[in-house]
Design a protein around this ligand. Structure first.
Ligand code: NAD
Ligand code: GLY
Length: 379
């Protein structure tokens, strides 16, 4: 079993990475000294697949769990389902010493985390992520929340879990497309700060795609280690943590204008990362060879790297980007790469360059080269 520590003083916790952790959920929770009553929050797809093992494990460890289920998919991250969850916890009399277990992907983790952050002004929670996106990213670091009609993740809180259990075995039931979507976040860690990880993924993509358990354990633990280090230095994203948003400015906007129905999160983020790479090539001199390696790697995971926008889509994309939380003083802030493994956050990008690149998705080599702008922030 691999163990990663997230060092946050009194809010510190461990991430455990291994196969067959779900049957041990109860005993791991018992060590944390929670009260007997708990809720297992899951969704309509994950519940039937893994809920029974989780509930049995909790009961065997002496807990008294209730099952709370939300519909599968992004729509569960809403004020409506948040209110339903509060009602269920209240009906089942969960108290301050009670705890919540989030069993599912990033949607369940973000929703459950915010329920835990706000119900009775905060109760403890445990993350049991069952998608690759959730195991390498969303379950770690304490960002929780729900979406509004106006945009993604606009209501939320920082609320750290008490434990994260990444059971690699649960990924076996994940649809292939969802699994590959998670690889976009894995590749992101290589780009933002670990060229060795990037190279290893390049070399071992076939084993990763086949979910080779040794390879997968190494990759998941490495990504969690990187995230843990970043979060330990900047829990609430006052600076460094922003580098985790590489590719997300365009990616989130793309998800929003396609109403979360066309692209999976990782797919949108793959396209967003390639657009950020092309902007980086223009503004920070990211070597074209690095851009090509990124594109090849995303393609080898069968992820999309380009999109042809219509005029109307482009307008809606720009409007959606302006709503992003990363907007500061009306200026959209990008994370850009200097080279593989080194990025800068807080980079203002001229609208004219952004539009040029969005209009020439794969043709950066053809796009006019801009004058370099001074970095506003350096990692
Ligand atoms: P998701 O939670 O919607 O899961 C994807 C689909 O897979 C769902 O239909 C789900 O029911 C199903 N599923 C989950 N695990 C399964 C399994 N083991 N077997 C079979 N089916 C399974 O999506 P996601 O990609 O995990 O997460 C995306 C969400 O995470 C977005 O809302 C995004 O904003 C959020 N996110 C948050 C953070 C953060 O730091 N908090 C980081 C990244 C993403
Ligand atoms: N997924 C971005 C973050 O946790 O900061």
């Amino acid at each position: 079993m691999r163990q990663v520590h997230v060092a946050l003083g009194s809010r510190s916790y461990d991430i455990l990475v291994s196969r067959w952790l779900l049957p041990e959920l109860g005993s791991h929770c018992r060590r944390l000294g929670f009260g007997r009553r708990c809720a297992l929050l899951t969704d309509s797809r994950v519940g039937p697949l893994h809920g029974r093992v989780a509930l049995r494990s909790l009961r065997q460890a002496g807990f008294d769990p209730v099952l709370v289920s939300v519909p599968a998919g992004e729509r569960a991250k809403s004020i409506r389902h948040l209110a339903d969850c509060y009602d269920q916890l209240a009906v089942h009399r969960l108290e301050r010493k009670s705890f919540l277990v989030a069993l599912g992907g990033g949607v369940v983790g973000d929703l459950a985390g915010f329920v835990a952050a706000s119900y009775l002004r905060g109760i403890p929670f445990v993350q049991v992520p069952t998608t690759l996106v959730a195991q390498v990213d969303s379950s770690v670091g304490g960002k929780t929340g729900v979406n509004l009609a106006a945009g993604k993740n606009l209501v939320g809180a920082f609320w750290q879990p008490r434990l994260v259990l990444c059971d690699l075995e649960t990924l076996k039931t994940l649809p292939d497309r969802e699994y590959r979507s998670g690889l976009a976040e894995v590749i992101k860690y290589g780009i933002i700060c670990d060229p060795t990880l990037f190279r290893r993924i390049e070399q071992r993509m076939p084993a990763i795609l086949q979910m080779d358990s040794l390879e997968l354990a190494w990759v998941v633990a490495r990504c969690c280690t990187i995230k843990a280090e970043i979060v330990s230095q900047d829990e609430t994203e006052s600076g460094l943590r922003a580098i985790l948003n590489f590719g997300h400015t365009v990616g989130h906007a793309l998800e929003a204008i396609t109403r979360y129905g066309r692209y999976l999160h990782g797919e949108a983020i793959a396209i967003g990362q390639m657009i950020a790479a092309r902007i980086s090539q223009q503004l920070l001199g990211l070597p074209p060879a690095d851009v090509e390696r990124m594109e090849r790697l995303f393609k080898s995971a069968n992820l999309p790297v380009t999109i042809q926008f219509s005029k109307d889509q482009l307008q809606r994309l720009c409007a959606a980007m302006k709503l992003d939380k990363k907007v500061a003083g009306g200026q959209i802030q990008f994370v850009l790469a200097e080279r593989l493994g080194r990025v800068r956050f807080g980079q203002s990008v001229p609208w004219s360059l952004l539009i040029t690149i969005l209009n020439a998705p794969s043709g950066l080599r053809d796009a006019p080269r801009c004058r370099r702008v001074a970095p506003t922030c350096l990692r």
